[in-house]
Design a protein around this ligand. Structure first.
Ligand SMILES: Cc1ncc(COP(=O)(O)O)c(C=O)c1O
Length: 372
């Protein structure tokens, strides 16, 4: 019978044996650790590449099976677990497609890991400027015209790197046609989808870049799925990219001692999104709608909805986002980020019946007396 979570199950079977550690890590299944007891308990699972637990860089057992299920879930040719965030995925995808002095098209508002990759590889970056979006008051995606003209002007481009969606949840409607244009030049499209691992949940989320034809897609599972910080995915579906090259650079760039807590949480997050049902989506959208309406009824508050239903922007007239963030923190509400105009919230991707303290949050936000 196919296992639901091969890696989690392999770990559980291992821990149930009550094994005695004569190996790394030095905390010896938590025994020597002085961490608070909840953390110490988790260390029982913080093991290493032991018999039955496979090899991260040459998987043949549970990790191979788990990554196979990941590829099936996202419908890729090959998918990888990442233990160093989307950061390492972004580095590897650029290393795998581009060499020193070769041309690569990069959107100017890319994440710093993209710029770090350029510095390390020594590639020749051709910068393209994104469009300004008045609704979110942010720079978002690059226009199709801009990409087309960059490809026409510059020859021998090895890859185009795009961010989709933006941190603020804006998902360009032009991505598919942009990918088609790049492919007509035989240029692969590498998408930093750090904020979109949940897009395959349901049709009311934007489509995933992989569904739109992107060649390599990197996702921070930890940002929007229930995965531990740093736990991320990389997917390949391409005729233009060499899978083994990506694999090669991931082996170079990632630790030879991967955290099994992170790997298990990736297996668990994959299972979470793979089993996300229509009834889960109905429940999530229902909760979300009620909460958004409740927030909209607070007079001083401006609520901005974006393409990604998991993201919301809040503004209060006369206050910067930084002031609003500080004020919310006095109510013990911690937001994702603040800028001069607003704060950004990330909602939980709830499944049917899961509770979240929305009513309590609304009460705390409503008490406008704490605004600066
Ligand atoms: C657009 C984007 N790409 C990549 C990253 C890096 O992701 P990670 O933190 O998983 O390394 C981030 C992190 O904030 C991001 O916002």
């Amino acid at each position: 019978m196919k296992k639901e979570k091969p890696l989690v199950e392999a770990l559980q079977q291992f821990v149930e044996k009550k094994p005695v550690s004569m190996h790394v890590p030095g905390h010896k299944n938590g025994l020597l650790s002085n961490l608070p007891k909840e953390l110490k308990t988790a260390l029982t699972y913080d093991v290493t590449e032991l018999t039955g637990l496979d090899d991260f860089h040459h998987p043949e057992e549970a990790i191979l099976e788990a990554e196979g299920l990941l590829a099936e879930t996202y419908q890729s040719d090959r998918s990888f677990f990442l233990v160093n965030g989307s950061t390492v995925g972004n580095l590897a995808m650029i290393y795998a497609t581009c060499k020193k002095d070769e041309n690569i098209i990069i959107q100017r508002n890319a994440h710093k890991s993209i710029f770090h990759a350029l510095e390390l590889v020594g590639a020749n970056a051709i910068y393209v400027t994104p469009e300004w979006d008045e609704k979110t008051k942010t720079y978002t995606s690059v226009s199709t015209e801009t990409i087309k003209s960059a490809l026409e002007i510059h020859k021998n481009v090895k890859a185009v790197v795009l961010t989709y969606p933006t941190y603020y949840g804006v998902a360009s409607k032009e991505l598919q046609s942009q990918i088609e244009i790049c492919h007509s030049y035989n240029v692969p499209v590498l998408v930093d989808e750090a904020h979109g691992a949940h897009f395959i949940a349901n049709k009311d989320f934007p489509p995933s870049a992989l569904q739109l034809g992107a060649d390599i897609v990197v996702q921070s599972a930890h940002k929007t799925l229930p995965a531990m910080t740093m736990a991320s995915f990389l997917h390949i579906k391409s005729k233009l990219v060499n899978v083994e090259k990506v694999n090669h650079y991931l082996r170079i760039l990632q630790s030879s001692s991967p955290s099994y807590l992170l790997l298990a949480s990736l297996d668990d997050a994959r299972h979470y999104i793979q089993t996300y049902l229509e009834s889960d989506a109905v429940y999530f959208f229902d909760r979300r709608k009620l909460w958004v309406e409740a927030l909209q009824s607070i007079q001083s508050l401006e609520v901005v909805e974006v393409d990604d239903p998991l993201k919301l922007l809040l503004r209060v007239k006369g206050y910067t986002g930084f002031q609003l963030k500080t004020a919310l923190e006095t109510q013990k509400i911690y937001v994702e980020l603040a800028d001069t105009n607003q704060v950004l919230l990330i909602l939980p991707l709830l499944k049917n019946g899961q509770a979240y303290p929305f009513a309590d949050l609304r009460m705390r936000i409503k008490d406008g007396s704490f605004y600066p």
